[in-house]
Design a binder for this molecule. Structure first.
Ligand SMILES: [Zn+2]
Length: 96
């Protein structure tokens, strides 16, 4: 069975600290918008939609080590919660 998503690890582009694991659906190669519901781990980030009532309460996606901001919370056209990712501020690694 083939998986419908690819698993990426997102690391800080500045200090290389691990930030999160993401399940990416669809064809595009880049990660411009990161859907909060598709964050696999850590729980601190994957469970945010249970912990906040509105997207405005969600903090920026920041590196846990150097605090560099990697993404800012917003909503997609479909009203899903996403981080708009700052290109060049993070590294992604495809997991096999
Ligand atoms: Zn960092």
């Amino acid at each position: 069975m083939s998986q419908k998503y690819k698993t990426y690890k997102i690391n800080c582009g500045k200090c290389e600290t691990y930030v999160l694991t993401y399940h990416k659906y669809g064809q595009g190669k880049g990660i411009l918008r990161l859907y909060l519901s598709n964050i696999a781990s850590p729980d601190r980030l994957s469970k945010q939609q249970n912990n906040y009532k509105t997207i405005k309460e969600v903090p920026n996606l920041a590196c846990p080590e150097c605090k560099e901001v990697l993404g800012t919370p917003t909503t997609s056209k479909g009203q899903k919660w996403v981080y708009r990712m700052r290109q060049g501020y993070f590294h992604r690694k495809l997991m096999k």
